[in-house]
Ligand binder design. Structure first.
Ligand SMILES: *[C@@H]1O[C@H](CO)[C@@H](O)[C@H](O)[C@H]1NC(C)=O
Ligand SMILES: *[C@@H]1O[C@H](CO)[C@@H](O)[C@H](O)[C@H]1NC(C)=O
Ligand SMILES: *[C@@H]1O[C@H](CO)[C@@H](O)[C@H](O)[C@H]1NC(C)=O
Ligand SMILES: *[C@@H]1O[C@H](CO)[C@@H](O)[C@H](O)[C@H]1NC(C)=O
Ligand SMILES: *[C@@H]1O[C@H](CO)[C@@H](O)[C@H](O)[C@H]1NC(C)=O
Ligand SMILES: *[C@@H]1O[C@H](CO)[C@@H](O)[C@H](O)[C@H]1NC(C)=O
Ligand SMILES: *[C@@H]1O[C@H](CO)[C@@H](O)[C@H](O)[C@H]1NC(C)=O
Ligand SMILES: *[C@@H]1O[C@H](CO)[C@@H](O)[C@H](O)[C@H]1NC(C)=O
Length: 477
């Protein structure tokens, strides 16, 4: 009597569990629960963990610079192909705290500046800041470009000749990055309004790039850490920021609370005067934390036939450089700078052929952004975020001898890899989320198990009472 009661109980429970499990699976109640938890946690408020991470992002950011050392300057001036050797990396750790933090509008927005300091990391570098690199004399080429067709053009070339300044020069790596007084610029700074110092990152150490206003996410969680204004400008029409790249709105991560594979991640870049985007490529694991790898599709740099959006880089209008190359001269104060992937990766093959020493390959020269779909929960970036840029010059000869070529000067990658402590936290969050999302399926499985037990017992009860089968317990072994 008791036994059959148990058996029927199991049957009823089975049906209930199946209904409940299926209902929970269909209504996605646990997914919604997780999303709600995320919504609660993604708000910048004094005292929350999200806020302290916002103020001092824990993962270290490294900038690695590579230069191309020219070995045959005289031959190039005679019309030969340049032969370059890559040197580096020269690695800097970049510190990016948010400072002068002020909450606005009852805590719905927060104002801050984001100064960056760069500290050389000898242990992660090959070579020192005192290394010498022979490359294009960027100030000289810029001055030549600016003087072209103007009354002082011949004066500039006479000045260069008498001071022994050529198209190529040798420079200390530290100077080329952080600035030095340029003799030519010093001589003619009154003629063309230009600073007499030059450096690829001149005046960038310890300075901030202006005033940011972020949404705190209090009003709408989807706006969490999104940039509302930069230097008073609305960022919906974002057109330029300082040399750093960032993904749509937040610093290093998409503002969506949970990143999906179908999403496009936008990366802002002032060097390009616009944002480029990356798309899902594959699943990856960063320090044991699962993530999605996003890469910019080749069409981002493609020629006009393939990507009409690149028309803005064909300057003067109609003057396009070919796939993989973007003329960013206007964004660089008129310096003849062209941007491409390192080693002309994904660019037209003729650029690779024009310079000995180019070795483009996917593994080393592709930009990748690895994100964890939940990384926004606790603002933990699981990204090995690698932006690589090449500075190039296209110049033709005054003597008619130099070939038109795009000469690679340097590239850099900026990488953020989640730190050990954050990765442990994120791992716990991901595991917990996975368990919670699977609760309906666990319930359904228990229901099915009970159903099996119920059916087995029912079959046994249907059997004639005095057969062998009854004495052989089905489940007790
Ligand atoms: C956060 O709270 C602390 C202590 O109450 C206070 O000193 C600090 O100024 C607050 N920060 C902001 C940005 O309001
Ligand atoms: C801030 O909150 C107060 C009181 O709730 C309200 O009167 C005021 O309008 C709010 N200000 C803004 C800018 O939202
Ligand atoms: C940047 O500034 C910091 C602090 O002022 C200093 O320690 C560091 O050496 C500087 N880095 C460079 C590359 O000059
Ligand atoms: C780059 O080339 C120059 C000139 O050949 C040489 O003096 C210098 O040592 C090279 N730099 C490095 C880091 O190899
Ligand atoms: C993200 O960037 C893209 C392209 O710049 C823009 O269309 C989109 O509106 C941006 N999203 C937000 C919320 O700013
Ligand atoms: C653009 O690139 C494609 C593929 O590389 C090529 O077939 C096409 O001719 C190019 N168009 C122009 C205008 O260069
Ligand atoms: C790049 O653009 C500038 C103007 O923005 C133009 O003067 C220059 O000739 C262009 N460079 C090339 C190689 O087309
Ligand atoms: C930076 O780029 C270089 C060359 O492309 C690569 O070898 C290196 O691993 C990258 N660094 C990081 C931290 O991704």
């Amino acid at each position: 009597m008791l036994r059959s009661c148990c058996v029927y109980g199991a049957g009823v429970l089975c049906v209930l569990l199946l209904i409940a499990g299926i209902a929970m699976a269909l209504t996605q109640v646990f997914q919604k629960l997780i999303n709600n938890t995320i919504k609660e946690q993604v708000v910048l408020e004094n005292g929350t963990e999200a806020f302290s991470v916002f103020q001092n992002p824990p993962p270290p950011v490294y900038m690695q610079f590579y230069f191309f050392n020219l070995t045959n300057p005289a031959e190039v001036l005679d019309g030969d192909k340049p032969f370059v050797l890559q040197i580096g990396p020269y690695t800097y750790r970049s510190y990016r705290p948010k400072e002068e933090v002020k909450f606005l509008d009852n805590g719905t927005r927060v104002e801050a500046v984001n100064p960056k300091t760069y500290v050389f990391e000898p242990n992660m570098s090959r070579g020192s800041e005192d290394d010498i690199v022979r490359t294009v004399n960027i100030p000289a080429v810029t001055v030549m470009e600016k003087a072209k067709g103007r009354w002082f053009e011949s004066f500039v070339s006479a000045l260069m000749k008498s001071n022994n300044i050529g198209v190529f020069g040798t420079f200390r790596v530290g100077d080329l990055l952080w600035g030095y007084e340029d003799p030519l610029l010093k001589l003619i700074k009154k003629l063309i309004t230009m600073d007499d110092h030059f450096g690829l990152f001149y005046k960038k150490n310890g300075t901030d790039d202006g005033d940011y206003i972020f949404f705190t996410g209090k009003q709408n969680y989807q706006d969490f850490a999104r940039i509302d204004k930069w230097n008073g400008q609305s960022t919906l029409n974002w057109w330029s920021t300082e040399g750093c790249n960032r993904i749509n709105g937040t610093d290093g991560a998409s503002f969506h609370p949970v990143i999906t594979k179908t999403e496009k991640l936008y990366i802002f870049s002032s060097d390009l005067c616009r944002s480029i985007y990356a798309q899902y490529e594959s699943d990856v694991s960063v320090r044991g934390v699962p993530g999605f790898r996003f890469v910019p599709p080749s069409e981002v740099f493609a020629n006009l036939t393939i990507n009409p959006d690149n028309a803005g880089f064909c300057v003067p209008a109609g003057n396009c450089l070919g796939s993989g190359l973007l003329n960013v001269s206007v964004c660089q104060e008129g310096a003849p700078i062209i941007m491409s992937s390192p080693h002309f990766y994904q660019a037209d093959d003729r650029f690779v052929q024009d310079v000995f020493g180019m070795n483009p390959n996917k593994e080393e020269h592709e930009t990748v952004i690895d994100v964890n779909p939940f990384s926004i929960i606790s603002l933990l970036k699981a990204s090995s975020h690698t932006i690589k840029i090449i500075f190039s010059f296209l110049f033709c000869s005054q003597t008619g001898k130099i070939r038109m070529l795009v000469f690679p000067v340097m590239y850099l990658n900026e990488s953020v890899v989640i730190d050990e402590e954050s990765s442990k936290k994120l791992y716990a969050v991901v595991t917990e989320a996975n368990v919670i999302v699977n609760i309906p399926f666990i319930v359904i499985s228990v229901g099915i198990l009970l159903g099996v037990i119920f059916i087995v017992f029912m079959c046994r009860q249907q059997m004639p009472p005095s057969t062998e089968a009854e004495r052989q317990p089905l489940l007790s072994s």
